[in-house]
Design a protein around this ligand. Structure first.
Ligand code: SUG
Length: 430
């Protein structure tokens, strides 16, 4: 049953590095934080340092960690194609082509480990992010970056973004959960679709990745929670191995849909138990979940098999600490694999609606593929690499930025110089 038991594998967590033009443009209308912080002052430098601190924390847990490179902004190619330049573009367009939204690595792609695919290859489909104009310009660059990162790793297939003109809307791993007794077991792939992610796209990915029928489940988001700000599934549910933390109202059929997940898991792994922790409305309302980003925590497995939760620091203070108390109850619950909760300051990202889970893309690789990745690129994080990265951030990132400040070609030229250095550090052309 567990074909992969003899394979030595590990999860590599890619953390998205915010770019030099990280700002608050209010570009995502369905994202409460993005809309409400529109026009306020950002700190690109603090955003990058906070993401690096997240990577450093993962390293301290001895979890394989990598950095997903940023993209060149403002994207002059996109701006020029619309007939504008940095000086004469309407501010909203300039904001769109300057967005640092590539930092939310959970939206970069959807991944299927090799052992869950009929051809025994790891499949990665880059998300087309078509719904929002400032996000759709990420897709082609992300594809180029992914192709380079994995070019020497055998048995990895990087798929192009799905064709939006044919009606596919895809926002990547933020709408996909992989449930399995452990990272190396066959998993149940739960594809969640709603507004930014449609069924058609989820289905196409499952087919292209060769996932067997009995390992697949498609579930529809609850439109009511989408209207309250749950623009991705990872705003209302999070999973790790056999653990699922989910709000009772996440899906269109409520608890019935969660039962579907439990029974599909049971059918796939009859001897195993899915640990579903279902949060009810009375524990935490959907609005409270959206404001605190309780579910947008990362849950990771440590080398001793126990799990750690990395939660946004906002949980501690919002709603009189209600969400943090709930998290603490989960940790204290006997038999629960979670034995550690850490609250991190990711405020720069949070103010645009991106919590700890948004900033990461999980890729489960065999140890030999991981070694190849280490040998052929510089993206795998170590103390030295993070130190070098921090030095570059200190040098090239503005301390403060208001949207108006984007109207300055120096910002673009500065980014080009920075990218030269970053390409050397990461060993790929970004
Ligand atoms: O797509 N925010 C992103 C946040 C993405 C969070 N990712 C996950 N949930 N996985 C979005 O809405 C705001 C940019 C701005 O307003 O300037 C933004 O794109």
């Amino acid at each position: 049953m567990n074909l992969a038991k003899n394979i030595s594998a590990s999860e590599v967590i890619f953390i998205g590095l915010p770019g030099t033009t990280h700002h608050y443009g209010g570009l995502s209308g369905d994202n409460v934080a993005s809309s409400s912080n529109r026009g306020s002052e950002s700190s690109p430098k603090q955003a990058a340092l906070q993401a690096i601190a997240l990577a450093r924390y993962l390293l301290s847990l001895r979890i394989a960690t990598a950095i997903l490179p940023p993209q060149l902004r403002p994207n002059l190619k996109a701006l020029n194609a619309m007939g504008y330049n940095v000086e004469n573009a309407p501010l909203n367009l300039l904001e769109q082509v300057s967005s640092s939204s590539f930092m939310w690595a959970a939206n970069a792609a959807t991944i299927t480990p090799a052992w869950d695919s009929s051809d025994n290859k790891l499949h990665l489909t880059v998300a087309n992010l078509y719904t929002n104009p400032h996000r759709r310009i990420e897709a082609q660059n992300t594809y180029n970056i992914m192709r380079q990162i994995f070019s020497h790793v055998p048995e990895v297939e990087v798929h192009k973004p799905l064709d939006a003109e044919k009606g596919f809307l895809d926002e990547g791993a933020a709408n996909h959960m992989l449930l399995a007794p452990s990272h190396i077991d066959k998993g149940l792939h739960v594809f969640v679709y709603g507004k930014r992610q449609n069924f058609k796209a989820s289905q196409a990915i499952a087919i292209h990745h060769g996932i067997p029928e009995n390992q697949l489940l498609f579930i529809e988001q609850n439109p009511d929670v989408i209207s309250k700000g749950v623009f991705h599934n990872d705003v209302i549910a999070v999973s790790n191995e056999n653990l699922l933390l989910v709000h009772e109202r996440a899906y269109v059929n409520g608890r019935q849909d969660i039962e579907r997940i439990e029974s599909a898991y049971k059918a796939l792994h009859p001897q195993e138990q899915l640990q579903a922790i279902i949060i009810s409305d009375s524990d935490l309302s959907v609005e409270e979940a959206v404001h605190s980003y309780f579910f947008n925590s990362q849950i990771v497995t440590k080398p001793d098999g126990k799990m750690a939760v990395i939660a946004p620091i906002e949980l501690k203070t919002l709603f009189g600490g209600k969400a943090a108390a709930l998290m603490e109850n989960i940790r204290a619950f006997r038999g629960n694999p979670i034995d550690e909760i850490t609250y991190l300051d990711l405020r720069q990202s949070m103010r645009n609606g991106g919590g700890p889970a948004c900033l990461r893309l999980r890729v489960t690789l065999t140890q030999s593929s991981l070694s190849t990745l280490k040998e052929t690129t510089g993206v795998i994080a170590g103390e030295k690499m993070l130190y070098e990265l921090e030095k570059l951030v200190e040098r090239y990132y503005p301390e403060k930025l208001l949207p108006d400040g984007l109207r300055n070609m120096e910002i673009h030229n500065n980014c080009i110089e920075f990218f030269g250095k970053l390409s050397d550090l990461f060993g790929i052309k970004i």
